[in-house]
Ligand binder design. Structure first.
Ligand code: NCD
Length: 304
């Protein structure tokens, strides 16, 4: 029985396998439409979500399975004081696989240690978000055709942005990767990501506040939302929230084949005018998330 808490738990071969399955699902959806017949996915979302929860649910339905769960902590027994460990034990009696989002870092790990069914981390606080990274990887594969030799700009809230932490962990395993880390001083990448991931893997990176200067060399620009819910005071959020707004003039000196990504939701950081630029990939990225979650569910349930 296997869970997915951190993207690094998947080997590069397994990632290739998931991508191959996702691509086959895209081409032959009917082949997969009954694969999870009789299986149930429990979505335990203690924090708001649109894409992650609904794409997990759509993924399970498209595999012929069923879904149960809750979308806010207040409607679950955690409001009565139930621990994550007990919740995980209980849900193991009702479902075959769990997708859990929680504001506390490590909560899905605790759930996986107590559940008797696979647990997928659907985002834990400001820590990790491995299934968003699966969506990101399929997007990079389909747009760029490779994972090697890419210069990747990560822009916005690099401190609290869990999608950024997981994407760095995944991409740091490929050759020729360079990161340009673009953020305000206060929202720089956590030092553990620098020491444990970037430095450990000998990855080239630069930190800057300036998106425009970085733009010309980027193959991928990954914009992120300033994570309001992780701030300790509103004043700091208000001061930092519009630090970066990507608009069409800023793309003037970008590469013609730049891939603009964003895990969504977007607040202000990408002008809607950019949506019709052929370099905008973020809505496809959200769709890719569903296919990769389908592939992951099959893998964790041991279904071929
Ligand atoms: C992200 C998250 O929840 O971390 N959303 C998502 O799952 N696509 C990004 C965000 O909320 O900013």
């Amino acid at each position: 029985m296997r869970s997915l808490i951190d993207i690094k738990e998947l080997s590069l071969e397994e990632l290739d396998g998931l991508i191959a399955t996702a691509l086959d699902i895209i081409d032959n959806p009917q082949k997969y439409s009954e694969k999870c017949k009789g299986k149930k996915l429990a979505t335990l979302f203690f924090e708001p979500s649109t894409r992650t929860r609904l794409s997990f649910e759509a993924a399970m339905y498209e595999l012929g399975g069923n879904v149960l769960g809750f979308s806010e902590a207040s409607s679950s027994s955690s409001a009565k004081g139930e621990s994550v460990a007990d919740t995980a034990k209980m849900i193991s009696c009702y479902a075959d696989i769990i997708a859990m989002r929680h504001p506390k870092e490590g909560a899905p790990l605790v759930a996986s240690m107590n559940a008797t069914i696979p647990v997928v981390n659907a985002g834990d606080g400001g820590h990790n978000h491995p299934t968003q990274t699966l969506a990101d990887l399929l997007t990079i594969k389909r747009k760029k055709g490779r994972f090697e030799n890419l210069t990747i700009g990560l822009c916005g809230d690099l401190k609290f942005g869990r999608t950024v932490h997981s994407l760095i962990a995944a991409m740091s395993r490929y050759k020729g990767i360079k990161f340009v880390l673009i953020s305000p001083e206060e929202l720089r990448i956590p030092s553990y990501v620098k020491t444990d991931v970037l430095d450990k893997n000998g990855i080239e990176y630069v930190e800057t506040k300036d998106l425009c200067t970085a733009m010309p060399e980027l193959d991928i620009l990954y914009m992120t939302r300033i994570q309001k819910e992780r701030f300790f005071n509103e004043e700091d959020y208000l001061r930092l929230k519009d630090s970066y707004i990507l608009d069409l003039p800023k793309l003037d000196n970008a590469k013609k084949d730049l891939c603009i990504m964003h895990p969504l939701p977007r607040v202000n950081e990408i002008s809607v005018k950019v949506d019709s630029d052929p370099r905008a990939c973020y809505f496809e990225q959200a769709l890719n998330g569903k296919y990769m979650r389908m592939a992951l569910i099959l893998m964790l349930l041991g279904i071929n």
